[in-house]
Design a protein around this ligand. Structure first.
Ligand code: HH2
Length: 270
C-alpha cells in the first residue's frame, strides 16, 4: 500500500504575498480560507504573516504576531489538526505556539536570529528547516552552485545537526530544499528530480513548489500564479513519487485528489 504525502494548505495573512495579493488581508478572511482548506482535505495548515517573495517588505515581529496569532487562535478553536507558523522570528514562533501552533516552519532554518535554535528546543515544537541561499530581498540575483543537490543536502544536514545540538529532538525535525529560495528554475527542477537524496538523510521532507515561477519557465503563458495549477500538481506528484512526506500547496482539493490517485495507482500495480 503506497501512502500519499500529507497536504499542507497555505494561509497567508499578508497584504503582499505573491499569489494571494492581499486577498486574505483580514483575520476573518484568513480564518475562513483556512477552514475551507480543511474542508478540502488539508492535513496541516501553514499560517504566514510575512511574505518571503523577492522584494517583499520586511515586517517587524510585533506586526507579524498581530497578523498570525488571532488567525491561529481562531483556527485552533475550530480544528484539531496540526498548524504551523511560517516565520523566521523566534518571538513570532513563541507567540504562535502559545496560540496553538505545533510546528515552526522557518525558511531560514533557524539562522535568522541567534536565539532561534534555543527557542525551538524550548518550545518543543516541530521544526521545518528550509534551505535558502542568501536573503529574501536579494536571493534571486544570479544564484550559483557547483552541485546544487550536494550543496543543499550538506547544508540541511548541518542545520539539522545544529538544531539537535541545541536540544531539538530528532523526530521533530523536517527538511525542505526550499524551491525558489536562491535558486534558478533549472536548480528547482534538479532538486525535484533528485528529491530522494534529501529523503535519504532520514528526516521527513517537505516540498513547496505550488504556483512558483519555475512553472512559468516551462510554460511561459503562466505569468499569473493562479494559472499554474497544472504545473503545481505535476511537481507535487513528482515530489510524492520521490518520497516527500508533505507537500505545501495553495490548491488543496486538487492536490489531495492528485496524490491520492497516484498512491492508488502505485498500490494497484505493486
Ligand atoms: N515557500 C514560500 C513560503 N514558505 N516554507 C517552506 N517550508 N517551503 C517553501 O517552499 C515555502 C515556505 C513561498 O513564499 P511566499 O512568497 O510567502 O508565498 P506563499 O506563502 O503564497 O507560497
Amino acid at each position: 500500500m503506497t501512502r500519499r504525502p500529507l497536504v499542507m494548505g497555505i494561509v497567508n495573512v499578508t497584504p503582499d504575498s505573491f499569489s494571494d495579493g492581499g486577498r486574505l488581508g483580514t483575520v476573518e478572511a484568513a480564518v475562513a480560507h483556512g477552514l475551507r482548506l480543511v474542508e478540502q482535505g488539508a492535513d496541516l495548515l501553514d499560517i504566514g504573516g510575512e511574505s518571503t517573495r523577492p522584494g517583499a517588505e520586511p515586517v517587524d515581529a510585533a506586526q507579524e504576531i498581530a497578523r498570525v496569532v488571532p488567525v491561529i487562535e481562531a483556527l485552533r478553536a475550530r480544528w484539531a489538526g496540526p498548524i504551523s507558523v511560517d516565520t523566521m522570528k523566534p518571538e513570532v514562533a513563541r507567540a504562535a505556539v502559545g496560540a496553538g501552533a505545533s510546528i515552526w516552519n522557518d525558511v531560514s532554518a533557524l539562522t535568522f536570529d541567534p536565539r532561534s535554535a534555543d527557542t525551538a528546543a524550548a518550545l518543543g515544537c516541530g521544526v521545518v528547516l528550509m534551505h535558502m541561499k542568501g536573503e529574501p530581498g536579494t536571493m534571486q540575483a544570479e544564484p550559483r552552485y557547483g552541485d546544487v543537490v550536494a550543496e543543499v543536502t550538506s547544508w540541511l544536514a548541518a542545520r539539522a545537526d545544529a538544531a539537535m545540538a541545541a536540544g531539538v529532538a530528532r523526530e521533530r525535525i523536517w527538511l525542505d530544499p526550499g524551491l525558489g529560495f536562491g535558486k534558478t528554475a533549472a536548480h528547482n527542477l534538479t532538486l525535484t528530480a533528485r528529491l530522494d537524496q534529501f529523503v535519504a538523510l532520514g528526516f521527513p521532507v517537505l516540498y513547496g513548489a505550488s504556483r512558483k515561477r519555475t512553472i512559468q519557465s516551462v510554460d511561459p503563458s503562466a505569468a499569473d500564479p493562479t494559472d499554474r495549477l497544472g504545473g503545481s500538481l505535476a511537481l507535487a506528484l513528482e515530489a510524492a513519487r520521490r518520497g516527500a512526506a508533505v507537500v505545501r500547496v495553495h490548491d488543496v482539493r486538487e492536490t489531495v485528489q492528485a496524490v491520492a490517485l497516484q498512491a492508488a495507482v502505485l498500490s494497484a500495480g505493486s
